[in-house]
Design a protein around this ligand. Sequence first.
Ligand code: GDP
Length: 346
Amino acid sequence: MSLSIGIVGLPNVGKSTLFNALTKNNVLAANYPFATIEPNVGIVGVPDVRLTELAKLYDNPKIIPASVSFVDIAGIVRGASEGQGLGNKFLANIRECQAIVQVVRAFSGEVLHVDGKVQPSDDIETINTELILADLQTIVTSIGKAKSPDPALLKAREILDGGQTLFAAKYYSEATDELQLLTTKPFIYVFNVDEGDLSNKELQSELTALVSPAEAIFVCAKLEAELSELDSEEAQELLSELGQAESGLSQLIHSGFNTLGLQTYLTAGPKEVRAWTIPVGATAPQAAGVIHTDFEKGFIKAAIVAYDDLVAAGSETAAKAAGKLRLEGKDYIMQDGDVVEFRFNV
Ligand code: GDP
């Protein structure tokens, strides 16, 4: 289960700069041979220090992080839902994503803004309006085809007509699900700020309030581009100089996981150390199914040790001797950081 996040925003807000920085480290794609790699899709490894620590316990095998694919969705301008710019092409791209990241320009300077001024609230409204109009078209078409309109769709239409996204209104129904509406998807707002504003709490709380209850994160796309050129130690140094604990990429992925209610569990052995993405609340067989459907069907037990316990013990054998290795059955609810070995029948 790879998380797929669509990046949208007006032209010149820094989408491509951010996308290129995020996906610079494309070696990962080699580990995901089944993914169709299009030029606007980048697969990014989820930074996770636990993998490096685990690898040390197993003689440094190959590390395969969990992955997120970012899709650079060009073409939303005012009027896009009516065919302006690249027109409706962006819609199909967005439908395939689980979450939408809206990049909003909040950096100053000379770069031309499509509307001639930098005004984050206007930009957000422009993008949201296009998505809302696209959903309204879908709903109106569906209602037009039905003998008697579905009340859930009438309600959704009312919300959208009022200028709210279905996500902001927290409105879901089977009918809106079926239509794969765009505005039911979780939104995360990425404000592209000047480097100096990365620690400007006042500006950040203003912008956060604009989009609440959606998550807001603050990055400087230009800085992310510089960071992507550095090795991880140098990158960490530059980040600490700027008073930042983690890179924009890292923050964005963590927000994505939070917003979508996802977590990771780990598998470790002499061949590879790997992170897997599952929903919070997934059971052990469901987690096994992410590796292979046969693992879920033939699930018997999961041998589990918590990451912290394993690292504290120093080896699998020591963790077992300390009574930290548990055998869990099919009702076990997975916890973030569980290090797992599945037992199954095929
Ligand atoms: P897109 O059209 O949204 O993909 O925007 P681009 O990524 O192409 O960026 C548009 C312009 O803004 C380029 O000239 C970038 O170099 C510049 N830009 C992007 N991010 C930043 C930033 O954080 N600070 C500054 N000053 N310029 C930026």
